[in-house]
Design a protein around this ligand. Structure first.
Ligand code: GAL
Length: 376
């Protein structure tokens, strides 16, 4: 009796070991790592993640970027729907933000200045008189460390970066993690984790551009958008918040029900004129699981965005001008891609009434954003 009992225990244990080995080896099989280039003396890799649905996500540790998202249309035809370049060389010389993780402070900080405990910090200026996306040497431009974790249920790559004290003017050494999981349900799950050794500010996001016709195939003006937000952050001509949280009701900014991006974009409305189109932070109502959706009726492709962050920057590619030549030699023209950058509001360090972006030593910032792809 005792022997049988011990035998069954041994069988159960070996099964557990076998299952976890299988899982980890399968995971390694689902993430292919290739040399991509060298930047600032560091190796840059391209990671190809294939999920159980047979769809491919590509990432690189240069800027911890998403470079390729292959999604079938209604008829099953696969197409890459995010912006990127044919080679690493072209990426280095092209638009700096495509698909990257942006920090230490995504979006703008007015005049590149903020204060913490009475001490003023001056940031690198790179957008008129303001600081944008962590400065020119922000996280999008760094070579991150990359790891393919052994035990995961879906293909996963974890990127880490040590942002040094006073990098681009920000205080504190910060340890940053951005982990991408490509689920079998065609979801990109991004898990962020940051710690600091000095009081600092933080706003981290991903800057992927989407075009559900396929990257480089025309504009996104026919994409139908929903953002579950009753208010947005009004801005001045430098795209700096005025402090007003404006209700969307009755304005071209109301995406609480589906509207195409193009439907009202040329309306004679102050915020559209100041923003050169939509380039604004929407304040999530945070009442439902899904915070935003994008639907493109020709292909049927559909994105759902889920986030625990207070808002999203909806940017519809107003500054794209065709100079960035993407995959297959296709130029990324004005409004040929849209971004839904989850995060905090711009210039929060200078607005004490905005949700705080301060991170203290001893605290751990964690956050998750999911982009879920399907067809309707
Ligand atoms: C967006 C921002 C735009 C523009 C773009 C980069 O996040 O809202 O104004 O700066 O990045 O070209």
């Amino acid at each position: 009796m005792k022997k049988i009992f011990l035998l069954s225990i041994a069988l159960i244990v070996s099964n557990i070991i076998l299952t976890s080995c299988n899982q980890s080896s399968k995971n390694k099989e689902m993430v292919k790592k290739e040399n991509y280039g060298v930047h600032k003396g560091k190796e840059v890799y391209l990671f190809t993640l294939t999920n159980k649905s047979g769809n491919v996500l590509k990432l690189t540790n240069f800027g911890a970027r998403i470079t390729w998202i292959e999604i079938p249309d209604r008829a099953g035809k696969k197409e890459n729907i995010t912006f990127g370049f044919d080679t690493f060389d072209k990426m280095i010389n092209g638009d700096v933000y495509f698909g990257s993780i942006v920090g230490r402070y995504a979006n703008r900080i007015a005049n590149g200045k903020f204060s913490l405990d009475g001490k003023e910090y001056s940031l690198a200026i790179n957008n008129g008189k303001n600081s944008l996306h962590g400065g020119p040497g922000g996280w999008h431009s760094q070579v991150w460390n990359a790891e393919v974790p052994a035990k995961t249920t879906a293909p996963t790559v974890k990127f880490t970066y040590q942002s040094p004290d006073m990098e681009e003017g920000y205080p504190g050494n910060m340890n940053v993690e951005a982990t991408y999981t490509w689920t079998d349900n065609n979801e990109i799950v991004i898990d962020y984790k940051c710690t600091t050794d000095k009081k600092t500010v933080l706003n981290i996001t991903n800057h992927a551009y989407f075009n559900l016709h396929g990257a480089g195939n025309g504009d996104i003006l026919d994409h139908q958008l929903v953002i579950k937000a009753d208010k947005f952050v009004a801005v001045d001509s430098g795209l700096i918040p005025t402090g007003e949280f404006r209700p969307v009701a009755g304005t071209p900014f109301d995406f609480t029900t589906p509207h195409t991006v193009g439907e009202r974009i040329n309306a004679d409305y102050d915020q559209l004129i100041l923003g050169n189109g939509y380039d604004h932070t929407y304040i999530f109502n945070n009442k439902e699981e899904v915070d935003a959706t994008v639907y493109e009726p020709v292909s049927g492709r559909f994105i759902e965005v889920l986030s625990d962050q207070p808002g999203v920057q909806f940017y519809c590619g107003n500054f794209l001008n065709g100079k960035s030549i993407g995959y297959g030699g296709k130029p990324y023209i004005k409004r040929s891609g849209l971004c839904l950058e989850t995060g905090h509001y711009p210039d929060s360090p200078n607005h004490p009434d905005f949700p705080t972006t301060v991170l203290n030593p001893g605290e751990t910032f964690t956050s998750q954003t999911i982009y879920r792809f399907s067809v309707k």
